[in-house]
Design a protein around this ligand. Sequence first.
Ligand SMILES: [Fe+2]
Length: 220
Amino acid sequence: MKRHFLLSALLLLSTAILAVSAQNARKHELPKLPYALGALAPKMSQETLEYHYGKHYKAYIDNLNTLIQDTPYAGMSLEEIVVKAPNGPIFNNAGQSLNHQLFFLGMSPAPQSQPSGALAEAINKEFGSFDRFKAQFARAAAGIFGSGWAWLATDKAGNLRITTEANAGNPLRYGLIPLMGLDVWEHSYYIDYRNRRAEYITNYWDLVDWKVVGQRYDRR
Ligand SMILES: [Fe+2]
């Protein structure tokens, strides 16, 4: 009877250990794109996607999975890590994983070309018009010194803000919700545009899917 109890206890313990390690082994994965790698050409070429999505973005996710092993971050979502991790390699790779997810999944070869619904109203209220928003955002993105991101972000109440971030920065870090992020690291445009960042920014407007951005705004 005593032996039976011991065996049952051991079985329970090993099940619990397996459950915990399964949670810790949760892997972040490169999301599948809802379009083919060549579908954004010529504004963004297949070669750029092969490097930017297939190598740079994938490397951030692979690095993150390695770095978080056996740390308190192992079971967390990207968003949680971005909010909680101190500056350093874990934050950098989680930030870039989240940033690229928002960037790549926010584009489409056949996008909704203008905001609609509540987001359109908020843009008009904050910036005067969609065109004025685009001009202000483009200036912000062009003015980032070195590698970074330009963001359209919102607070919980729906007030919009354009922010700029160096390196892996994301407005989630200080309590805003990121809606649309433009990558201005050279790896995002150098194959197609060389040093012409302004031209890359101009062409980005033809790829942003305002349906996706609007859904993010509605879910805030
Ligand atoms: Fe990038």
